[in-house]
Design a protein around this ligand. Structure first.
Ligand SMILES: Cc1cc2nc3c(=O)[nH]c(=O)nc-3n(C[C@H](O)[C@H](O)[C@H](O)COP(=O)(O)O)c2cc1C
Length: 147
């Protein structure tokens, strides 16, 4: 079945630590399960990157809701496609704090390479994003609460 995948970046408007991320995840898991939405939310250097994947209308409705959230600003959609498979079929919303040293090396290196400020301007950034998602698929076996 076709699944819409949307990736946006944003800038945090408050101090973001594990407690804030866990609170977002708690709400996200409950809502996303009901709407068949999966994905991953990454935070690092004052920036969020989130992948939302699911039915088109549900993804759009959730994005509109997330857009109004005052914990972040400057949202910018950097990737949108229709796919036949999800990257994270088992994660209602994996949440990863890039500040954690325990993260797999390749994941940290890819995050650095991604350079989120550049991502917003770059004409085509999908290759790096997809590489990052694949690194999570390979190295993070269970849904991360916070790695
Ligand atoms: C960076 C970020 C990512 C979020 N991701 C989700 C998500 O995946 N699913 C979700 O239901 N809420 C998510 N939220 C929370 C929503 O913005 C919103 O607070 C929540 O859906 C509750 O909305 P309501 O108060 O209108 O019911 C996220 C918030 C932020 C700041």
């Amino acid at each position: 079945m076709a699944v819409t995948q949307l990736v946006y970046t944003s800038r945090s408007m408050c101090a973001v630590d594990d407690t804030v991320l866990a609170a977002i995840q708690e709400v996200a898991i409950r809502h996303n399960r009901e709407h068949d939405i999966t994905g991953i939310l990454m935070y690092g250097g004052g920036r969020f990157i989130q992948l939302l994947e699911g039915p088109l209308d549900d993804v759009n409705a959730l994005y509109e809701c997330i857009e109004r959230d005052e914990r972040h600003t400057d949202l910018s959609i950097v990737y949108r496609t229709v796919a036949t498979e999800r990257y994270f079929p088992d994660w209602s919303m994996g949440v990863v704090n890039m500040a954690h040293d325990s993260l797999e090396f390749s994941v940290r290196e890819l995050w650095k390479e991604l350079d989120v400020d550049r991502l917003v301007d770059a004409a085509d950034h999908s290759d790096l994003l997809i590489e990052l998602f694949r690194a999570f698929q390979r190295h993070v076996a269970t849904m991360p609460l916070l790695v």
